[in-house]
Design a protein around this ligand. Structure first.
Ligand code: PMP
Length: 372
């Protein structure tokens, strides 16, 4: 064998700040009930599959050509979706799309973060925010949350004024806690921030009635960005489509850092077919919200601590002495995969089908009969 076979990661001239890191990722295990990555449990309906197949088929002959670099047709459809859903005009020039909202977030930090700059987030929140900061050379700053996982607006504003981060992340509804941030707190943060404010709304479609979206603040705050995804409510995690809404100048900035032709013609075609069938795909959202609310109620009745959820998952706990690790393992032995989000005392479960929820609740009762 050649020299290449014997080289280990530690032998490579890797960046110092990447040495010793583990790759991010939840276990992808083939078990009957998978409730660990906040996917939509419902498969794509047959008529939407047919429409997507036709849309892909129509692209195949032209794959000798690069796709539309600016994804104008897709951005037009995404803008129409946001406008229709939220009753406010969002234009294609305000929308940008990429391979999952993770790529959108990475492009935002490539443009607005980087060496010598700081990004602030209120943790626990989506763990990719600090990881994307790391990968883009952006310094990360942890901001606090209250005991009920809400963000105290005064404390947030004071921290922003003291540290003046170039980027502020607000995840709402927040992963892994499920909690949403009030419009007043968002506005206070946006008013105080000297740089960009990124509101990660990956779970927006699952919010309970009356929960606001930061889209309402876009007109007033030109450095505000709202990121969304088709991975959750649209049941399209495998297609990798995320997007943002912001001032057109923000889109101009991202076009400086995006790789040319980053979004394949096939991805653009699938996403457009999905958006043409948005009602059929989003029909599962109400069913998932019903299971989410059922999980919250039943776990609370069992004696667990449960975080308020506006997302398609529930953070529950009250586990002591690392008991969440034992419970995670015991649930897995019963064929139910939930998420250990590395938050002492807590586990996270995605809301799935009624049958999946039944299986989760039954397994939890058997492995942790007394509640917390
Ligand atoms: N933001 C949040 C808060 C998430 O939970 C996720 C997915 N787990 C993402 C962004 C990224 O999702 P995607 O790249 O599939 O759009």
């Amino acid at each position: 064998t050649g020299a290449a076979a014997g080289i280990a990661l530690a032998d490579l001239p890797l960046r110092d700040d990447l040495r010793g890191l583990e790759p991010y990722g939840a276990p992808q295990l083939d078990v009957p009930v998978r409730l660990n990555t906040n996917e939509n449990s419902y498969p794509v309906p047959d008529d939407v599959v047919a429409a997507m197949s036709a849309a892909i088929g129509a692209q195949l002959r032209d794959l000798n050509r690069y796709p539309d670099r600016d994804a104008v047709a897709l951005r037009t459809d995404l803008a129409a979706y946001l406008s229709a859903r939220h009753g406010r005009q969002v234009g294609p020039a305000q929308v940008w799309a990429a391979n999952g909202s993770n790529e959108v977030l990475q492009q935002l930090l490539q443009a607005f973060g980087g060496a010598g700059r700081t990004a602030l987030g209120f943790t626990p929140a989506y763990s990719m925010h600090p990881l994307i900061a790391l990968a883009t050379g952006t310094t990360w700053l942890d901001g606090p949350r209250a005991a009920d996982f809400t963000i105290d607006a005064d404390a947030a504003v004071a921290l922003i004024e003291a540290r003046r981060p170039e980027v502020v992340f607000v995840c709402s509804p927040n992963n892994p806690t499920g909690t949403a941030v009030s419009l007043e707190a968002l506005a206070a943060i946006a008013a105080a921030a000297p740089g960009m404010v990124i509101v990660d709304e990956a779970y927006a479609e699952f919010a309970r009635p009356g929960t606001p979206t930061a889209l309402e603040l876009l007109d007033a705050y030109p450095r505000l960005v709202v990121t969304r995804t088709m991975s959750k409510a649209f049941a399209l995690a495998g297609a990798r489509v995320g997007y943002l809404a912001a001032a057109p100048a923000v889109v101009d900035a991202l076009q400086l850092v995006r790789l040319p032709y980053h979004l394949s013609a096939l991805t653009q075609a699938v996403a457009r077919a999905a958006l043409a069938h948005a009602d059929a795909l989003l029909a599962t959202v109400d069913a998932l919200k019903t299971q989410r609310d059922r999980i919250v109620a039943e776990l609370a009745a069992m004696g667990f601590r449960v975080a308020a959820s506006d997302a398609n998952f529930v953070l529950f706990g009250g586990f002591v002495d690392d008991d969440q690790r034992r419970v995670w393992r015991a649930l897995l032995d019963d064929g139910v995969l939930v998420r250990d989000v590395r938050l002492a005392g807590w586990l996270r479960v995605s809301a799935g089908t009624p049958a999946e929820t039944d299986a989760f609740l039954a397994a939890l009762r058997s492995v942790h009969p007394a509640g917390a």
